[in-house]
Design a protein around this ligand. Structure first.
Ligand code: PGA
Ligand code: ZN
Length: 415
């Protein structure tokens, strides 16, 4: 039985306000959740409630969302017991009453949902990851995708593509994968410094050097992988990219480093990149509104790369189903706060799985030390996740949790 739910406004990793939610039961369980927040958000994401009061945090305060938790949500949950997380999440969805969770705020709802997932696991006496076993795929340790070069809206450099990740697909296990990520990150830092470039960081802890062309970032990664003693490619360390191209799309065209590209020109550029570099995954290669372009991108590259939809799918089961029907992409990014409850997130993963689409679990650029997605990824067997650089507390919280899970149980590693 839920005895208390409480939210307080705290800071995220970008110094913007977010929520910490605590949930208590009358059996003495006390759990907590930190709510993530994005910067390059899809327009069809569940709505994050921000105060809009210019005198506090430039309008970014979340006191209204906190009030949703401390008022209506508390009143609805207190004294009630729920058989499953699905029942509890449904009560939140019903209470909100909107399609996109805009009334109470997806940030309020997701904080309660994550805390509740923890409470159910604790009640069952199992580690959090185990509570997701049976929901999607067989449990496994995921390939971590470390975002080591940041651009786009996550950094103030001239690089328009948002994320360049290294993925130790060939690593033998979780601990070795994290070691590889750390060693390449450190090698990259040295290379940047030797080339006279800045080693300041972007929002996800990757470096934000003064480069503009995506190929320059890829050259740096290949060099760093080699310098750290690893092999670039699927047998060793592969590369993944998230151009977050909805952010590059204006007036029906893509703007990259001062040049304007059509959808087909972008596809051609990606095809060349895939031929030249060990890029195995491309997320949001085209904009969320460019479904025609996405279909052509899928036809052209689906055999060679995992084509992940993030802003275009928004972890929304209905949109993912539509994408499967239209052959748009072959994988879905999975962000809990894009859809707003853990239950709907699991549903999105099942829809993707049933359509033959891979599931790529993700953090947000604004994060807290909450490591929920590490457990979610293991228990659902999603096979891969991205949660930033192998540096900075809010990012390593997730990677460290993965290492600890791997240390506690024998599970296969990999895609
Ligand atoms: P966001 O970016 O968290 O700022 O939305 C992450 C992504 O685009 O994958
Ligand atoms: Zn993305």
């Amino acid at each position: 039985t839920v005895s208390n739910v409480h939210a307080v406004e705290i800071l995220d990793s970008r110094s913007r306000p977010t929520l910490a939610v605590t949930l208590e039961t009358d059996s003495g369980i006390h759990v907590r959740a930190g709510v993530p927040a994005g910067a390059s958000t899809g327009t069809r994401e569940a709505v994050e409630l921000r105060d809009g009061d210019p005198h506090r945090f430039l309008g970014q305060g979340v006191l209204k969302a906190a009030a949703s938790v401390n008022g209506e949500i508390l009143q609805t949950l207190r004294g009630r017991s729920f058989a499953t997380l699905t029942d509890l999440d449904q009560a939140l969805i019903d209470l909100d009453g909107t399609e996109n969770k805009s009334r109470l705020g997806a940030n309020a709802i997701v904080g309660v949902s994550i805390a509740a997932a923890r409470a159910f696991a604790e009640t069952a006496g199992v580690p959090l990851w185990r509570s997701f076993v049976g929901e999607v795929n067989e449990p496994r340790m995921p390939v971590p995708h470390f975002n080591v070069i940041n651009g786009g809206v996550h950094a103030l450099n001239e690089l328009d593509f948002q994320e360049f990740m290294i993925a130790p697909i060939g690593a033998p296990n979780m601990a070795e994968a994290v070691r590889a990520g750390s060693e390449v990150y450190t090698a990259l830092r040295k290379i940047l410094h030797e080339q006279g470039m800045a080693v300041g960081l972007g929002d996800e802890g990757g470096f934000a050097p003064e480069i503009a062309q995506p190929e320059d970032a890829l050259d740096l990664l290949v060099k760093a992988i080699g310098a750290a003693g690893y092999t670039p490619g699927l047998d060793g360390i592969a590369i993944a990219m998230d151009p977050a191209s909805s952010e590059l799309y204006h007036d029906g065209a893509y703007h990259v480093a001062g040049t304007v590209f059509s959808s087909d020109e972008m596809i051609e550029r990606y095809a060349q990149i895939v031929d030249r570099y060990p890029v195995w995954l491309l997320e949001d290669g085209l904009a969320e509104s460019d479904w025609d372009g996405w279909q052509r991108l899928t036809d052209r590259l689906q055999e060679k790369v995992e084509l992940v939809g993030d802003d275009i799918f928004c972890t929304n089961p209905k949109i993912i189903a539509e994408a499967i029907e239209k052959h748009v992409g072959n994988a879905s990014l999975i962000k809990v706060n894009q859809i707003g409850t853990v239950t709907e997130t699991l549903e999105a993963m099942r829809v993707a799985r049933d359509g033959g689409y891979a599931q790529f679990v993700s953090h947000r650029s604004g994060e807290t030390e909450d490591s929920f997605i590490a457990d979610l990824t293991v228990g659902t067997g999603a096979g891969h996740l991205k949660t930033g650089a192998p540096a900075r507390g809010e990012r390593v919280a997730k990677y460290n949790r993965l290492v600890e899970i791997a240390d506690s149980v024998e599970l296969p590693y990999g895609l």
